[in-house]
Design a binder for this molecule. Sequence first.
Ligand SMILES: Nc1ncnc2c1ncn2[C@@H]1O[C@H](COP(=O)(O)OP(=O)(O)O)[C@@H](O)[C@H]1O
Ligand SMILES: Nc1ccn([C@@H]2O[C@H](COP(=O)(O)O)[C@@H](O)[C@H]2O)c(=O)n1
Length: 201
Amino acid sequence: MLVIGIAGGTGCGKTTVVNQILNELPEGEVGIISQDSYYNDTSHLSYDERVQINFDHPRSIDFELLEAHLKELKKGNPIHQPVYSFVKHNRTGDTVLTHPRKVMIVEGILILTNPELRAMFDIKIFVHADSDERLIRRLKRDICERGRDLDEVLTRYKTTLKPMHNQFIEPMKEFADIIIPNNHYNTVAIDIVKTIINDKL
Ligand SMILES: Nc1ncnc2c1ncn2[C@@H]1O[C@H](COP(=O)(O)OP(=O)(O)O)[C@@H](O)[C@H]1O
Ligand SMILES: Nc1ccn([C@@H]2O[C@H](COP(=O)(O)O)[C@@H](O)[C@H]2O)c(=O)n1
C-alpha cells in the first residue's frame, strides 16, 4: 500500500486537490481518510462548550484512532471511519465503511504535526495558498456549506486559525516531499502526483 499524506492550511485546496487526483484514476484503487473525521468525540460537552473548542490545535484530533485505523488498513482490514458534522461540531455517530486500497490518501490541516502518523506516510505533500486567498475561500465555504456567518469565521480566524496556522501548520512544510503552489489551479502538479500514483497502480 502507498500512503500519501496531504496537508496545508484551511482553504488551501486539499479536498479539491484530492478530488482532482481521483479524477480519471481507476475507481476503487484509491481510498481517502479525512482528518476531519477524527476530531475528538465531544458528546460529553454541550453545544455552547463545543463552539469554544480550538479546532486548529493538534490536541483537538484523535490521532490515536486515526493511527490505529491506518494501521488496520495497512494490514488489509476495513475500518469504520467516523462521520463528522461541522454544524454540530461533533461526530454524528454514523461511520463510513472504508476498505484498504492500493493507494490511501490521508488529508488534513494537522496530519504532519504528529510524528507517529507522519512516519506512516510514503509521500508527504503540502498544499500552499497565501493566507488572504485561504481566508476568502474559507469565508465563502463556511457560509455556504458549514452553516457559519461572517462574524463567526472572522472571529475564529483571528483568535485561533491564524495563530495555530503559524505555530503548527506552516512549519510542517519542512517535512514535505512535494509542495504544491495552489493560489491558482495547478494542473501540472496534479498530473505529477497522478503519474506517481499510476506507477504504483
Ligand atoms: N486553486 C484554487 N483556486 C480557486 N479556488 C479554489 C482552489 N482550490 C480550492 N478552491 C476553492 O476553495 C474552497 C476551499 O477548498 P478546499 O479544497 O475545501 O480546501 P481545504 O480542503 O484545504 O480546506 C473551495 O470552495 C474550493 O472550490
Ligand atoms: N467543528 C469544527 C471543526 C473544524 N473546523 C475548522 O475546519 C478546519 C479544517 O478543515 P479544512 O477542510 O478547512 O481543512 C479548521 O481550520 C477548523 O477551524 C470548524 O470550523 N468547526
